[in-house]
Design a protein around this ligand. Sequence first.
Ligand code: CDP
Ligand code: CDP
Length: 226
Amino acid sequence: APSPFVVAIDGPAGSGKSTIARLLARKIGASYLDTGALYRAIAFYLDGRSVPPEEGEPLRCALAELTVSLRGERVFLGDEDVTDRIRTPRVDSIVSRYAALGPVRESLLDLQRSQSRLGPLVADGRDMGTVVFPEADVKIFLSASPEERARRRWRELVDRGETLTCEEVLFQVIRRDRIDSDRTLAPLREAEGAFSVDTTDLSVEEVLSHLCDLMKPDLSGRLGDV
Ligand code: CDP
Ligand code: CDP
């Protein structure tokens, strides 16, 4: 089969991955895959059933019962659309503990890779360029200072009616980055050959146009007039 076209985007929380991935997908006529949503959905399910974030029989049984699926950009647990219920401070605070577990990561590998067989794909997460799509056509690593990333996340949470301080969000963001970067399996790392952009002082538009310049040779014909 012809190899699928994949853009792999990684980076820590609030670096702008999903914003940039969506825009880029639209620009090149690709689908967008939010792999964080898959880990959030599993964490939401396991937390709701009080399955502790550790390997063992309870985890194995729960994963065997559970079906995570995608319909377009909506995430389902069984027949239930959980897309709007997985972006809460509660899920933010527990997801990384579950995402560090081998059985959880393995259970999502096929679903992630299968999305690239449907057509061109822009996928974002922590291990897109390193583990899930090591052969990706383009790899991107986004970063920004923890303070700026916390500010971005805090604004989104406040807009959704959550009452937290920016300091609380900063604390959570730093804690989650540390768990994601320190774990043994698929830790957050810049993939070899990735275009790396520090977005701290850049607007979304600036990041996008900078990336389009960097990617031009790899995307010949796919970008239209940028
Ligand atoms: O949007 P944000 O960057 O805050 O997080 P997310 O992309 O929704 O990911 C939530 C969590 O899922 C991360 O903190 C990781 O623990 C985990 N994750 C992962 O382990 N591998 C991925 N490819 C994507 C997410
Ligand atoms: O997916 P990730 O957690 O990396 O970030 P996101 O969900 O895309 O959230 C980033 C937030 O910061 C969004 O509200 C963007 O509008 C904003 N932002 C950005 O993504 N990039 C910039 N250069 C500036 C702001």
